[in-house]
Ligand binder design. Structure first.
Ligand code: ADP
Length: 172
């Protein structure tokens, strides 16, 4: 299990995995944070393709090409804005599962995730990390085609959380 999961600290737009995941918003028309970084690095053709998708529901995901990025595809998923309600966790889990399902359907073998919803959407980082790690772990139980999931951490708090979580969950 552990050799299918890696931790990378830095900018997701630099990765040449088959797909990178974007923490987008419902209209898929770009935003701040990692979404802004991905659109800037991919170029305006990404926005043109996104305009054709008619947005995306929270907890769901849609795929596009990656244009000027080193990866081949971008999978845009929409995390929940943290509300404190019970369905926050289910929606966040669904972002990871739907992204992985779409990746598998498209023959993607390597995929990088940002820490969805932990920026301006204010999901508590520790809980979000646990949900992310558990979602990938459960997906891997029934999938053999995805070879590598890279969790990309950008800020120090997430770096510390993921180092600990991945050791606890996967290296025992
Ligand atoms: P959300 O709206 O889902 O909260 P944000 O983009 O605000 O999305 O934040 C999600 C996470 O992405 C945060 O943990 C933030 O630190 C991280 N992030 C911001 N820029 C980048 C980047 N270039 N590469 C990877 N992660 C990034």
């Amino acid at each position: 299990m552990e050799n299918r999961i890696e931790l990378f600290r830095g900018d997701i737009t630099k990765l040449n995995t088959d797909a990178i995941v974007n923490a987008a918003n419902n209209n898929l028309l770009g935003g701040g944070g990692v979404d802004g970084a991905i659109h800037r690095a991919a170029g305006k053709e990404l926005l043109e393709e996104c305009r054709l998708l008619n947005g995306c529901a929270t907890g769901d995901a849609k795929i596009t090409k990656a244009y000027k990025l080193p990866s081949k595809f971008v999978i845009h998923t929409v995390g929940p804005v943290w509300s404190g309600r019970e369905d926050d966790a289910q929606l966040l889990k669904s972002c990871y599962i739907r992204s992985l399902e779409i990746a598998a359907e498209n023959g993607i073998k390597t995929i990088a995730f940002p820490n969805i919803s932990t920026g301006v959407y204010h999901f508590p980082k520790e809980e979000a990390g646990k949900i992310a790690a558990a979602a990938v772990k459960s997906f891997f139980e029934n999938n053999k085609t995805i070879e590598k999931v890279i969790f990309v951490v950008f800020d120090d708090e997430n770096f510390q959380i993921y180092k600990r979580l991945l050791r606890l969950n996967f290296n025992e």
